[in-house]
Design a protein around this ligand. Structure first.
Ligand SMILES: CC(C)(COP(=O)(O)OP(=O)(O)OC[C@H]1O[C@@H](n2cnc3c(N)ncnc32)[C@H](O)[C@@H]1OP(=O)(O)O)[C@@H](O)C(=O)NCCC(=O)NCCS
Length: 279
């Protein structure tokens, strides 16, 4: 018999071990962070008293995100995944979320469609190395005072305010953020979380009318990440970003389907995901 309980600190080891079976490269701190953002929205699936699965959610006003959905291989196909996903959806609805997004493997599209998710667009996980090159003069490193404008621009693109996320991203030692501006204000920004030898770029949000300037933003942040292993999740349609990265030997790890349950979020921005589990 399946049931769902809230994830607790003592379950982190199990969570890391389970997600290692899919090579998701998650560490204890990832689950710590997920719980900090959504203390009541990270879940464990049990079969009787055995822990067999996991899912995390993040709610940002009317938009929520579902991530890290996994069931132990030995228990798949028995209905546990459905219990977990339905529980997560119910939780997000209880937080007044109207649209739930996720990045899923292409082969999982039929699984999520059963819960009302619809395919939106293709994203690609890209991996490469930071490199230095010349950047335009309209790019500068963000300061704490820029945070409000960054959150505003992000919410225009994302569909809701992710202030609680940015409070943990910008101004945190090691992390970096660059902004692109003209004399009228901010046109785009790019943030990155930096770990020991690696970094994850995202979110990057940039007005489409900036055209090529999005490359300046990208080059500025990649310059700061020189020689580190860099990972980012980019919309396939953002060819300006894709071409630029592939020219610098970034390679595609695997494609992902962005799916939405509820009214889809559509906008006219260049976008790099913050993470697979938070949109
Ligand atoms: C996706 C996942 C969480 C579903 O969990 P589950 O407990 O197998 O889910 P359910 O039993 O409720 O639904 C099973 C569906 O998955 C598929 N399935 C069945 N057996 C399976 C197996 N051994 N392995 C993978 N998928 C299987 C089928 O499409 C099945 O549909 P059906 O009920 O019409 O037969 C699980 O397959 C998993 O952990 N996969 C690896 C991680 C992953 O892909 N996570 C999703 C990230 S997008």
């Amino acid at each position: 018999m399946f049931h769902v309980e809230k994830l607790r600190e003592e379950d982190f080891e199990f969570a890391v071990h389970l997600t290692d079976t899919m090579n998701w490269d998650l560490v204890k701190e990832d689950f710590e962070f997920a719980m900090k953002l959504e203390p009541d929205g990270c879940f464990l699936l049990f079969s009787d008293s055995e822990k067999i699965g996991l899912a995390t959610t993040a709610s940002f006003g009317r938009i929520g995100w579902l991530g890290n959905v996994i069931v132990d291989e030995r228990h798949r196909g028995g209905g546990g995944g459905s219990v977990l996903v339905e529980h997560s959806i119910q939780y997000l609805k209880s937080k007044n979320v109207e649209t739930i997004g996720l990045y899923g493997y292409i082969e999982r599209i039929p699984f999520y469609m059963r819960y009302g998710f619809r395919y939106d667009s293709e994203f690609v996980l890209l991996k490469g190395k930071g490199f230095s090159s010349q950047t335009g003069s309209h790019v500068r490193e963000a300061e704490k005072e820029d945070r409000r404008e960054i959150v505003e621009l992000d919410s225009l693109c994302f569909g809701a305010s992710r202030k609680k996320l940015f409070d943990h991203l910008i101004g945190i030692s090691g992390n970096i953020c660059y902004i692109l501006e003209d004399n009228k204000g901010m046109l785009g920004f790019a943030a990155a979380k930096v770990y020991n030898e690696s970094a994850e770029i995202g979110p990057l949000v940039c007005r489409r009318e900036c055209g090529d300037a999005v490359s300046d933003l990208l080059r500025a942040i990649l310059g700061k990440l020189k020689d580190l292993d860099v990972l980012l999740c980019v919309g396939r349609k953002d060819s300006e970003i894709m071409i630029n990265l592939k020219l610098h030997r970034f390679r595609e790890e695997f494609p992902l389907a962005r799916m939405f349950q509820g009214p889809p979020v559509s906008n006219n921005y260049f976008y790099v995901a913050e993470s697979l589990e938070r949109g």
